[in-house]
Design a protein. Sequence first.
Length: 346
Amino acid sequence: MIQPFISVILPIRNEEFYIEETLLAVVKQSYPKNLTEILIADGMSTDRTREIVEDFKQNHTDLNITLLDNPEKIVSFGLNRAIKIAKGEVIVRMDSHSIYPENYIETLVTALYEHDAHNTGGMVETMPHNNTAKCTAIATALSHPLGVGNSYFRIGTDKIREVDTIPFGCFRREVFDKIGFFDEELVRNQDDEFNGRMIKNGMKILLIPCVTVKYFARKSFSNLYKMYNHYGLFKPLAVKKLGKVPTVRQLIPLLFVLFLFGGALLSIFCKPIMYLYGIGLLFYFAVLSLVSIRQSIAKKMYAMIFPLIISFFIMHFAYGLGYITGLAAMILGIKSAFRSKKPSRG
């Protein structure tokens, strides 16, 4: 089994409730510690995150841990700053909002070489922030095809398969030497754009279903809206950089929002369109209701029916509206629209 020296990279910001558990997950990995370095790119955290990291370093002097400043407070900057000084032949990106199985790194590194891949990643099991109906509904929407389409790392697969994107990623170092680093203009969607660039250059991205990362979902509807609105906002910019739309599923929320506003406007002037528009809305919410009822029955949590309907709608509407905003900003040349008003994690 090939075991190269690896660099684990963590872009973080204000993660005092998660960072220690994430670092402990790295410590517990089956991959040899003497072949691992940990690079933490902190987006100038204002909570106890940095203090916790420093304490962890003091208590684990046998580990090779480096804490880097990321004054731009944007994930892509933090990733690039860490990658540029990384010594590993393999770059493993991890996230502090997640729980990793002990064989996570070993499995992905092994698959990277056994399948001659350039990037490997595992499945994601989306966990609720707590056990309330609302949080459970948000987590359910983030792992259901009605919310995320055919994103295999979220909805599941029973075999290793080539995909268009994966979460986090276990990369060969040579990938960055050949196609460059993460796009620092993208506050969101930097993973999608980078993976799209890899595919454009003939590289192989593999989803390895035998490892599953537990990821904690957002805890409120407002946070869910902001996240998906940002995803939609930066998607047109990522598409422009790649020169193509990676998947059809990314256009469906855009068409949904165009239907909502366009249908409402045209209904004012044309009664037949008003009837068709009404039927379309009824069908849409009927589908949302049916799926939400079935999921609530399956989880034996009937109180999450309405929160789940709301979660699905927020994801569709926020992403679609963000996409339209991004398109308009690109057409009008409003570059300020793509600057983060609130710093992202990392």
